[in-house]
Design a protein. Structure first.
Length: 339
């Protein structure tokens, strides 16, 4: 029976993230607002999750996006290094991009899959697939170019056609779509969700041998297409946020069946630390903003005072001149009269 391991949302950083300046500094701070900007701990969490998956045993591992924090090529190099060090054969891993993997430069995922991630391209590129004994895993990109203030996604029609073609070619074989965004509406859908999620649910409704593994919501979740129906859509906790993010599934009767023995443990202390860090950075920003306001007010006050003093001096100078003129006129007056 085929076993699939599922991880998501590594949000890896680069070692020199602390030296960023300007807009690169602002982007990574904004995107990491609720997470510590610590390269070492992010990497350690990814390594720990891969180790847990490998020790548990699987036929294939799927990592459903947000592999990096903001799509910098050097972060993809870190990912390649971590995957390489895990000892997991490249053909047993499927990767795909999330919204975080598409920020920064124009097409960072394309550069990564042709560069540092080339070893994993056969199972991870658009149009590729991992053919296992009793199922097929198809990576689908929902990453789109957009400002880092948004986190939405969209799946291209050709990608869904590719899944549909595989599903109809082998109707008895389970097909697993691996994608980043959930195939249903979420809160703040227009800015955070999969913009054409109906296209995926339409495919699920048309093909009962198709299931979805996704990430993005950073929560362990599972659901069917209707109440009481079989589970078809699954997500794990984020590797970046949770100490036990691994999910495992077995393939049977045309569907995925989650192995519930690996119930994730909550990480309340980590959550509190992250909240305090996030609060601290917000307070720091507020203090910086207040300082800037005060500096501007003092400058404006100084400018107003300088102007008032100049204007007063000018008035005094004018008054003194007039007084002198009057005195001189008084002195000349009697002389004229005497003449
Ligand atoms: Fe994420
Ligand atoms: Fe995401």
């Amino acid at each position: 029976m085929t076993r699939i391991a599922h991880l998501s949302d590594l949000h890896l950083l680069e070692p020199a993230v602390g030296t960023r300046r300007g807009k690169d500094w602002f982007r990574v701070h904004y995107l990491s607002l609720k997470r510590s900007l610590d390269y070492v701990s992010r990497r350690a969490r990814a390594e720990q999750a891969l180790r847990a998956a490998w020790e548990h045993g699987f036929d294939h591992l799927v990592i459903t996006g947000d592999l990096t924090e903001d799509g910098a090529l050097v972060q993809y190099e870190v990912l390649a290094d971590v995957l390489e060090a895990s000892g997991i054969p490249a053909e047993k891993i499927t990767l795909l991009p999330g919204n975080h993997d598409a920020y920064g430069t124009a097409m960072p995922w394309d550069l990564a899959i042709a560069g540092p991630l080339a070893r994993w391209a056969d199972t991870s590129r658009e149009g590729g697939a991992a053919w296992l004994d009793d199922c097929v895993i198809v990576p689908v990109s929902s990453a789109i170019p957009q400002t880092f203030l948004r986190s939405s996604g969209r799946i291209g029609g050709h990608a869904l056609d590719h899944v549909g073609a595989i599903a109809s070619r082998e109707p008895g074989r389970p097909v697993v779509i691996a994608q980043h965004h959930p195939p249903y509406a979420v809160m703040h859908q227009w800015v955070h969700g999969l913009l054409n999620h109906e296209a995926v649910t339409g495919l699920l409704e048309a093909r009962d041998n198709v299931s979805v593994l996704h990430g993005h919501i950073h929560r362990r979740k599972e659901r069917g297409l209707y109440a009481g129906g079989p589970l078809r859509i699954f997500s794990p906790f984020a590797v970046a946020d949770n100490v036990a993010p691994l999910r495992m599934y077995e393939v049977a009767d045309g569907l995925l069946h989650p192995l519930t023995a690996l119930a994730p443990r909550p990480d309340p202390l980590g959550a509190v630390c992250r909240d305090v860090e996030a609060m601290g950075s917000v307070v720091l920003r507020d203090v910086e903003a207040i300082g800037e306001h005060v500096r501007r007010d003092v400058e404006q006050l100084g400018e107003a005072l300088r102007h008032d003093v100049e204007s007063l001096g000018e008035t005094l100078r004018h008054d003194v001149e007039q007084l002198g003129e009057a005195l001189r006129s008084d002195e000349r007056g009697p002389a004229v009269r005497r003449a």
